[in-house]
Design a protein around this ligand. Sequence first.
Ligand code: BG6
Length: 476
Amino acid sequence: SKPAPHVLVLFGATGDLAARKLFPGLYRLALAERLPDQLAIIGSGRSPSADEDFRDHVRQALKEFVGDIDESVAGPLLEQISFVASSADDGTALAEAVHDAEDRLALGSGQTVGDVQRLLYLSVPPQAVEPMVAMLAREGLNERSRLVAEKPFGTDLASARELDAVLSDAFDEKQIFRIDHFIGKEAVQNLLALRFANGLFEPAWNRHSIESVQIDVPEKLTVTGRGSFYEGTGCLRDMVTTHLCQLLGFVAMEDPHAFREGAIRAAKAAAFAAVRPLDPERVVFGQYDGYREEPDVAADSEVETYVAIEAWIDNDRWRGVPFYLRTGKALAAGQRTITIRFIDPRHQWLQPADPGKAEPNELVIELSDDARIEIEVRAKRPGPGMALTEGVFRLDLAEDSPDSGPLEAYERLLLDVMNGDRTLFTSAREVERLWEICQPVLEHLPAVESYAQGSWGPETALELPLGGWRLGRSMP
Ligand code: BG6
């Protein structure tokens, strides 16, 4: 069934995230007929804009980031969109617009105003969150609302706690949805199915069988257009304490015993509790050549655009198994790959036919749009002799199932918010623990090493994992 009538207010509506992910997500939901029948979308930002101009802007974004759009879907969706300026100092016009929309939707659906759900999506820079929340409370918009907050949640442990205090003054914890869109990726949820529903993996998912884990998210994108966000945030806070650590949580957690909010959160929190605070000596920071010439970037900026990390989990399952996390902008490839490298059984009599190509024995989980899981194994080379060759088992996750195709991450999570399901959203406790884990690095920032655009990052990080990184390993 479709979600209840909704008024969705999108703060930061002219920003990069709205254009790249949120409006495309709403469009795809509309295409799949999953949006509420009664819906009003109010874009908001500091500079005023006429409804028509804003709709044009959204249409452009859909063309750029969705591609071919179906007019019979985009047209009605755009009709539901309006724009109302607001700021931390002034939310009067916005509050009026929300009330008007609620009246209209209630009338249209034959329900009461109280049946119309408010969804407030804060896609604003971290510094803007607290004053905006104060404004929402002043205007009474915190009542009956669900609030979606984008990462990063604070900039360190102290500011995350302060942010939580401000949020919990205005909202009940039940109203707050801390979004980390990596968790919305089909392949991430599939990790749980793979791990806990297969006799092949469940018993092997520990230090007795696994040598190391790599969570590798290189991006080709530069920060063009997002210079000021990046200067205030940096790669560690943008990607590592958030997306990469969440992936680590899904790889490392114990059986959650249920796919429910409390169960998933508790399992992740227990895994994070066992992660050892990072050793700054085992962290590499990089900055791509040309970053300082980007618009809105300081000429002497020391902000990192690349991070590589070694992490350890001190529990029975993972003791002694290194986790390597890497991500950066302007790198050689754009991928999101988790590699589970199994311990080599080291049979001397089974040697590869081509010694240069003898690396499989890995489980590879590809989280990209064409999500897939591959198991790379060693097999006998056909023909005479007894030499090994590489074989691959491959599972495509992007194939349509009979009743539903795969959902893109934001699409899935927007729908979950509308249905009030917080299973795939993060808790304040998790966020605080992740800041604790990263605190030693924040206190002893590694020197930023430069790297060429299109490379695999600073040389010093290439040797961080024993046996090297899986991605780019055959490249110079
Ligand atoms: C965002 C980060 O949260 O995730 C960006 O702010 C990054 O810097 C993006 O590029 C990557 O997301 P995806 O889904 O495209 O891998």
